[in-house]
Write a protein that binds this ligand. Sequence first.
Ligand code: FMN
Length: 188
Amino acid sequence: MIVSIAYHSGFGHTAVLAEAVRDGAADAGATVHVLPVDQLTEEQWELLDASDAIVFGSPTYMGTASGAFHAFAEESSKRWFSQAWKDKIAAGFTNSGSKSGDKVHTLQFFSILAAQHGMNWVNLGLHPGWNSTQGSENDLNRLGIFLGAGAQTNSDEGPEGVHKADIATAEHLGRRVAEATRRWRQAA
Ligand SMILES: Cc1cc2nc3c(=O)[nH]c(=O)nc-3n(C[C@H](O)[C@H](O)[C@H](O)COP(=O)(O)O)c2cc1C
């Protein structure tokens, strides 16, 4: 079971989430490749082709994925022609400077990219956290997103400032992707 994480990170915040998704997927038994999309070699494209699941990750820049991620998405159109990624599992994560920051739009973009490739989108599968008097910012899914894993990192902090609850949420997504991939493969 191979899970690849295709991500971009301009300043290292989203890279922390990519590592968390990796840890969660590996914990659930997957072989995991973590692939920065702005430096993909032909061999790494072939790793993506050979994967059972691809998790897309990017910071939210100007309300969508970064330019580097969009360049990767456009380049993936070569796979789209032959539907080479059809029936793979897909999921996504993003990070932004603001609590909302319009990051759901980035996840929507990932889900549409997955749909164009004929991939099967796996959502976060967690109730929203931090939305009652009993809740706290340390809850899993503290930002209350269903579509994928969302994180918020203060704009004046480096990668060490990525919130522990967001890291745990990204780990959860990695585990969920690996478990969904296992079920999908067993059913095939
Ligand atoms: C060009 C640019 C555009 C940005 N646009 C947004 C935005 O739309 N919403 C937001 O909340 N944060 C925005 N940010 C902040 C980034 O999402 C934030 O700094 C994030 O942690 C960067 O992740 P990275 O280190 O993985 O690149 C923007 C940052 C840059 C550089």
